[in-house]
Design a protein around this ligand. Structure first.
Ligand code: GLY
Ligand code: MN
Ligand code: MN
Length: 430
């Protein structure tokens, strides 16, 4: 791992939160992700499943966490099963968690090797009536790949057909949406690394540069600061490509007079940062580009103030729509007639701003969260309005990551990253 060890108090706290929401006579199981194959003996680099990480800090393949808070055997109330290691295995396969290191990481005292799983798990299952299984209920998730968790669920249902089954997902969505102070610090660290990347890019971009060269500068800065790299596939989109919301080719040359949309965030310790800045290739926005830029910035400044306890995300998105509508009228991109004749399910402003304004952020970029409940202090959101005008070769989005406070405006984890048009121009011309 490139990141510094995380204080295990975080994972102890997170398990307490999960267990507090469990029914009695139950246990819950969480599996690692697989290491996904490419072909021959090549694999993709390992990415831990965020739920087992959230509850244990274990960042290693083939790990299983079992929480059985009602077990009569007190040493079985929290158990980790890990891939076996010893000095010989360490020489051949590299460093893996020892039982001691697993305790230092997670605060879990009972650690078995995986070879003991079937035997110990049977003892644990015979003490409970109910098992919590962890399915992926993220609304945007869509995958054809069978995960290690999916295989485990099949096996457990076959082996223990008379146990009742419950969903862990609602509990995980709830507890992961509320950020602990240690998590906020880790997210701040990810944002600080992103800031270094942006500053590097502002001094690097000039007409003729290629989008992938900008991506490389960011990666360089992220890696040298203990990040594994991008938290999500980066978007480095110049000119009209900025209007393609999921543009990830990053293979075009940046032309004098164009604006580049950079949707690029570093990860740190599996925590995501998610930033967008829009910068002029030649270091100076045209008058029209600045007008559009400032329209987006004014929507962003007003929108983020609405991320306060009690707000419903649905109402928030409607209000941001109204803010955007008034800016688009000023820019003469829409007029009163467009609004009068608009479809209420697809208002006129959507022609130029067709995506949502905010999503939860944390261990996943589009994090788990309670989208239909009022916002609470301690939740983390992005705020990312944009205006996309393909006929003008121009797409502008501005995005920061924010922590909702008990009162007042949210805390901006990206508050130190240049955002005013003039500030960006000054740094590009320094
Ligand atoms: N970078 C993905 C997003 O902004 O939601
Ligand atoms: Mn983004
Ligand atoms: Mn985002």
């Amino acid at each position: 791992m490139k990141y510094d060890r995380i204080n295990k108090e975080l994972f102890i706290h997170n398990r307490k939160e999960f267990v507090a929401e469990m029914d009695s006579h139950a246990l819950a199981v969480f599996n690692s992700n697989d290491i996904y194959p490419i072909s021959a003996d090549s694999t993709m680099s390992f990415q831990q499943h965020r739920d087992i990480f959230h509850l244990s800090g274990v960042d290693q393949e083939e790990s299983i966490l079992v929480l059985s808070p009602f077990s009569l055997n007190k040493s079985h109330r929290e158990v980790l099963f890990l891939k076996e290691t010893n000095e010989h295995i360490a020489v051949w396969e590299g460093e893996k968690l020892t039982k001691e290191a697993a305790f230092d990481t997670s605060g879990i005292k009972t650690v078995y090797w995986l070879s003991d799983f079937d035997r110990v798990f049977k003892q644990m299952m015979c003490e409970v009536d109910l098992i919590y299984l962890n399915t992926n209920e993220h609304l945007r998730a869509s995958t054809v790949v069978e995960t290690r968790e999916d295989r485990f669920i099949k096996k457990v249902k076959e082996s223990y057909p008379s146990h009742d089954v419950r969903r862990s997902a609602p509990i995980m969505h709830h507890i992961r949406s509320m950020k602990h102070k240690i998590e906020v610090n880790l997210m701040q660290k990810a944002c600080n690394i992103t800031k270094l990347g942006v500053e590097r890019v502002l001094g690097f971009v000039k007409p003729g540069v290629w989008e992938y060269e900008i991506e490389a500068e960011l990666m360089h800065e992220f890696l040298r600061n203990r990040s594994q790299g991008f938290a999500y596939t980066p978007i480095v989109a110049s000119g009209a490509s900025a209007c393609v919301l999921h543009y990830i080719q990053n293979n075009q040359q940046c032309k004098d007079g164009d604006v580049i949309l950079l949707d690029v965030g570093a990860e740190y310790a599996n925590y995501a940062s998610d930033l967008t800045r829009s910068i002029p290739v030649n270091g100076k926005f045209s008058q029209r580009q600045k007008e559009v830029y400032n329209a987006v910035l004014s929507v962003k400044k007003a929108a983020e103030k609405l991320l306060v306890p009690g707000t419903m995300l649905d109402d928030y998105h409607k209000e941001v729509g109204r803010l955007m509508e008034s800016q688009l009228l000023k820019l003469k991109l829409i007029d009163k007639t467009d609004i009068k004749s608009q479809d209420k399910n697809w208002p006129a402003y959507k022609k130029y701003f067709m995506h949502g304004t905010s999503h939860f952020i944390g261990l996943d970029t589009h994090d788990l969260g309670m989208y239909n409940e009022p916002i609470k202090a301690g939740m983390a959101f992005t705020c990312e309005p944009g205006i996309y005008i393909p006929e003008e070769n121009l797409g502008i989005r501005i995005e920061d990551d924010l922590i909702v406070q008990k009162s007042g405006a949210p805390f901006n984890l990206m508050g130190e990253i240049p955002i005013e048009a003039e500030e960006i121009e000054d740094l590009m011309n320094a």
